[in-house]
Structures are given as C-alpha cells and as structure tokens.
Design a protein around this ligand. Structure first.
Ligand SMILES: Cc1cc2nc3c(=O)[nH]c(=O)nc-3n(C[C@H](O)[C@H](O)[C@H](O)COP(=O)(O)O)c2cc1C
Length: 227
C-alpha cells in the first residue's frame, strides 16, 4: 500500500547483528522515543534499563531461554512495568503535576472518587488485569522505540520468551537478574528489546490480508479498497 511510513512498510525483526556499536546519541533518541509514547491517563508506568555489558548480556541470553541474539545484540533494553505507578497516591501526585503544567484547576476530591471506579483504576481489578494493563502501556512505548530504531538504521527484535513472573520458567535466574540490576520490588521485567546494526536484510514477513483483519461498521463487512 502506498503512503505508509517506510519504517513500517519495510519492517522486519532483526536477529543477526553487526558488532559495530550504536553511538550513544542514536541510542538516546531510541529511548527518548519510547518515553514519549502515550499511556493510560499519562501514567507512564515504565522504566527502561539498557544493558550493554558483555557478562550481563550473556546472563540475559540464559534468561531468554538461550536465544543467541540476546547476547550478540549491541544493547538489550529491559522494559519494566511499574505497579506503583497506578497507586492512588502516585496517580493523584501525577495528575496534580499534570494540571499544574497545563495551568488547569485540580479537583482532588473528584479525582479520588474516580480512582474508586474500576473503569479508571486497574488496581481495583487484581494483579492479572494490572499486568495486562502494564503490557498494554509498554507495547506502545516499545512500538515507538522500534520504529525510531528502524528510522536510525538500527535493527531490533522484541523478546517475550524469557523467565519472568509471567512465564515462571526459571524463577531463580530471574530473581538473580533482578538483584544484579537492583530492580525494585514493585517493578517487573515484561519485555526485552534487542538493538544493533543489522547483519541481515530479511524481507518483510507475511501478514494476514487486509480484508482478513479489517471490517467496516460490522465484523467481516468488507472495507472498500476505494475508501
Ligand atoms: C510480544 C512479542 C514477543 C516476541 N518474542 C520473541 C522472542 O522471544 N524471540 C524471537 O525470536 N522473536 C520474538 N518476537 C518477534 C516475532 O517473532 C516477530 O515479530 C514475528 O514473527 C513477525 O516477524 P517480523 O517482526 O519480522 O515482521 C516477539 C514479538 C512480539 C511482538
């Protein structure tokens, strides 16, 4: 389809990397893109740890069930979800700061009331829903990150197959990594993203057809190509 962003049109995950290091300035822009992503009520429940050190990358490879490109990538970004960002106290503090920044009035009582409503506060829906919401926010930040990386000529691959609270495959190693990286109790490593200059040039991988995944007005009602 014509008119797509070139980074989207030519998208392909990269798992073979050139040893050339990513300059700090480029890496900085990639991470800056991530933190600018939208999130629920601007909660931004994320933190990113960039790992470039060899021994730690080797441990992260083990964490990622031996996937070799986790070790050979120039950088591995650990994408953390922070449960505390959703707490009532944090939300009120954030919203106060946001109102101030926008020069708007702040009605603390109204905000407190809204936070008793599960439509506004996923904490009221239990741990599983909270984790789902954390993934939802992080996915947007990761999409911003990988598109900026591609724009910079840097290849990336999202890694979901690794030991954490969600997969529970190697709890001991996960705890060891958490200790090594001084990750606070309320934070979880939800996704890894590997980054490096590509040493492969894969063709875009096939996707389901447009018609197979898009409908107009009703499920499976065709979306006219002429629109
Ligand atoms: C949430 C998520 C988790 C993924 N986990 C892995 C992974 O652990 N290992 C891997 O090699 N690729 C992983 N991928 C990459 C997908 O396999 C890849 O995006 C998909 O096959 C489509 O290929 P493409 O990105 O080149 O278009 C993951 C992608 C996503 C979105």
């Amino acid at each position: 389809m014509k008119g797509l962003l070139p980074e989207i049109e030519s998208w392909a995950s990269i798992r073979r990397y050139d040893p050339r290091p990513i300059p700090d300035g480029v890496l900085l822009r990639i991470l800056d893109a991530a933190r600018r992503a939208p999130s629920w009520a601007n909660v931004q429940p994320w933190h990113f740890i960039v790992v470039r050190e060899k021994t730690m990358k080797s441990k992260l490879r083990r964490l990622a069930v031996g996937q070799p490109f986790v070790e050979t990538a120039d950088s591995v970004v650990l994408c953390l979800g922070e449960r505390n960002a959703w707490s009532k106290e944090q939300r009120i503090m954030q919203m106060k700061a946001l109102s101030q920044a926008l020069g708007q009035s702040f009605d603390e009582e109204r905000i407190k009331k809204s936070l008793d409503d599960p439509a506004y506060n996923p904490l009221l829906r239990g741990e599983e829903i909270l984790v789902a919401r954390l993934y939802e926010q992080l996915s947007l930040a990761i999409a911003f990150m990988i598109l900026q990386a591609k724009h910079e000529g840097v290849g990336s691959c999202i890694v979901g197959a690794f030991a954490n609270e969600v997969t529970a495959v190697n709890e001991e190693l996960y705890e060891e990594v958490r200790r090594d990286l001084k990750i606070p109790q309320d934070a979880m490593i939800l996704t890894l993203v590997t980054l490096g200059y590509p040493a492969e040039d894969p063709k875009p991988r096939p996707r389901k057809s447009f018609e197979g995944v898009v409908s107009l007005e009703k499920y499976e009602n065709p979306f006219p190509a002429s629109l």
